[in-house]
Structures are given as C-alpha cells and as structure tokens.
Design a protein around this ligand. Structure first.
Ligand code: ZN
Length: 390
C-alpha cells in the first residue's frame, strides 16, 4: 500500500502544515492512519519524513452479492481485501423471504466467527434487477421469483443494526473496475455483464450513471428481435437477454442437439453452461455454432452501448468470459461489423481481470465511499467515530 508524508499531504491538499499535522493526529488517534517508518534521506541532506499509511484494518465491511444461482457473503477490510467468504445456493424459486433469511443467517455467522461485530462499519449488497439505491429498494428483479418492491435496506438494517447500502449487480462491478480494475484511470467506460441476466454499469466523466430511479443501463431488455418468440423474464418479447444470456445459449444448444438426434451423446438432461466451455474448446460443432451466435448478439449489444455512450473501454463480465480469447475475438468482429467507421477507432473491448469476486469488491466499495464521504460527514460520525470511541 502507498505511504505518504505529512508534508506531501499538505502540498497536495493545499492546506497549511500545522493544519495537516492536527488532522493527521486526530486520524492516528482514531486508528485510521498509522506511521510506517521514514522516507529515504533527501538529496539535500534534509530530515527524513515520517511516512503515513491508511490502516485498512481499522474496521471491516460485509459485502454480499445476490445472484440468480448463488449468494456470496464476504468479510473484508477497509481496502476491500477479502478475509473470509461463503457461497451458498440462492434457491431463488423459494422467494424473497427465504433468500433474505439466508442473507441474515450467513452475515451473522461470519461476524460471529471473526468476532468483529463492533468493528464493522457497514454492509454493501449488490443484487440483480432494478435497484433504487437511494431508497435501498429492489424495484423488480426479473430473474428472481417474487422480487417486487422489496425494501431490502430497511429490512436488513432492522435485523442487523448496521448501515446498509444496495446497488445493482452490474453497477457494483463497474464500481470495482473503476476503483481497482481496468478502468482505474478511465473516465468513460462500460462494464457489460453477460450471465443469466444481461446488463451494464456505465461511468460517464467519472460518474456512475444511475438514472432517476436507478433503472439506467438495462441493455439486456433493449428490444433486439421483433420476430422473436422467446418471452423474457421482464415480460417482453425480443429482449437482447433472450438472445444472448447464458440460459438462452444453453437452450439454443439443446434445441440443436435434439434436432441432430444426438441427445444421448450429450447427456442433454444434465447439460449445464459449465459443460459448454469444454465442448467449445474441443471444437464441438453444435456448441461452436451457438457460442458464435451468442458472440454475435453480445457484439450487437455492445455496439449499441458504444453508440449510446461513446466509452473508451468496454469491460465484459459474467460467466461467458470463460469461453476465452476466441470468443472475445468473435465479439470484437461483431461489434466492428455493427458499428460505423468513426466510432470504430475509439474503443477497446476487454474481459474483466478481477475474477469472480469483482461484485463483492464493488459492493464493499460503496460502503467505504459512503461512510468516508467528506460531503456526508454525518455517516462517518454516526457509524465510525462512535464505534471507535465506544
Ligand atoms: Zn426483457
């Protein structure tokens, strides 16, 4: 982790050295900053400065991701380093009460296991669907049974008296990329997620695009195929998600296998998306044809997103990235085919490099950014100083 001297802080923030020293003393007292040795001696023979570092272990954060298949719950330090994590099946068909109950139980379990109850500054949750993060409300989650107008923030805060922040799954991924990943130094980018759902997290001029009620970026539900006959979980027909989600891909593969009369060879009743990665790498004809068709539609979705937002970078997330570099090339070809020349020269498309915990990292970042927000010192005072002092 980076360290910095008091004098460098005073220079970069343009505040006087005595004021800097006073603030730093307070932060050291609160345990948020620690002294970590001295700088190398200066060429002019000046005094070696004491170096300061943010103390990531001054507190902890709980991060959770509610996905269609699994729920992940992690304990992290204040720099989003994962200390412990559990992954449990969502069993979304049992409805919101069951999913929320699992959340409670496992959050409490992880807190008790590490005996960190007092040091936790908040809980950050990424969830699939339309999320009003200001209200802490899951408006509608097309891929989770029964999730309509669920006041997730209120419910959890009531049960576990800690501040709770919630955000859409695609946006937490984008937040993580902005803070720690490929978009660290990029102002305009899109995280394009292709899993059971399809959606985006968009940053424009370094700001996350949320929309009036948190519904921006629902690219998965852009009507792409008027002649389609597959109904989307959102209720419409012809959504991009019905053409290129992992479920659609699996369904398309199964249709073609049945047509070919080789259902037994593929053990079709047990065929899962995980099996397709291997079949694609082995060059299976049916799977290759459908994965390439999937890449074509993902490319169309990305090209539409590029035309809308003019991002410098598109980062692809989700289960599909396991199809590897050949698949990425097919997506790039499709984007190129479906985008006009001037736009073409101005973007990059890459797979996320943050691994499968990218959502957790983003969810945890929301807690940190809210509690340590200078414009909202109320949060900081309420939830942090109080804890340290008590
Ligand atoms: Zn839809």
């Amino acid at each position: 982790m980076k360290s910095i001297s008091r004098i460098d802080i005073s220079r970069s923030l343009k505040i006087s050295r005595p004021t800097t020293t006073a603030y730093i003393s307070e932060l050291i007292e609160d345990g948020l900053i620690k002294e970590v040795g001295k700088s190398d001696s200066t060429s002019s023979g000046g005094k070696r400065a004491v170096l300061l570092q943010f103390n990531s272990r001054a507190g902890y954060i709980i991060g959770a991701m509610i996905g269609v298949k699994s729920i992940r719950i992690a304990l992290t330090d204040l720099s989003s380093n994962i200390i412990d994590m559990v992954k449990i099946p969502t069993e979304e068909w049992l409805g919101p009460n069951s999913v929320i109950d699992k959340l409670f139980k496992n959050i409490k379990k992880i807190i008790e296991k590490h005996k960190v109850g007092k040091e936790i500054i908040g809980i950050g949750i990424g969830a699939t669907g339309l999320i009003d993060s200001k209200e802490g409300l899951v408006i509608f989650s097309p891929n989770l049974t029964g999730w309509q107008n669920i006041k997730l923030k209120d419910i959890i805060e009531k049960e576990i008296s800690l501040p709770v922040f919630i955000e859409n799954e695609c946006r937490v991924r984008a937040i993580a990329e902005k803070k720690y990943g490929l978009a660290k130094n990029i102002s305009n980018f899109v995280s394009f997620v292709v899993g059971i759902g399809v959606g985006t997290g968009v940053f424009i001029n370094d700001n996350l695009v949320v929309g009036k009620k948190g519904m921006a970026g629902e690219v998965g539900h852009i009507i792409t195929n008027l002649a389609g006959n597959r109904r989307c979980h959102c209720g419409n027909i012809g959504c991009l998600e019905t053409l290129c989600s992992t479920n659609s891909l699996l369904e398309d593969v199964k249709i073609d296998i049945k047509k070919s009369g080789k259902s037994a060879d593929y053990n079709i009743s047990k065929l899962e998306i995980e099996d397709l990665y291997k079949l694609y790498k082995n060059g299976d004809r049916i799977v290759t044809k459908n994965v390439e068709k999937n890449a074509e539609y993902v490319g169309i979705g990305i090209s539409n997103t590029i035309k809308m937002f003019n991002p410098e970078l598109v980062i692809i997330h989700g289960a599909v990235i396991r199809f590897g570099e050949n698949y990425l090339e097919k997506i790039k070809e499709s984007v190129s085919r479906n985008t006009f020349p001037r736009v073409k020269e101005n973007y990059n498309i890459k797979f996320s490099e943050m691994g499968e915990n990218v959502g957790i990292v983003g969810a945890v970042s929301i807690v940190f950014d809210n509690i340590f927000n200078i414009d909202n010192s109320d949060n900081f005072n309420r939830y942090f100083i109080k804890k340290i002092v008590s």
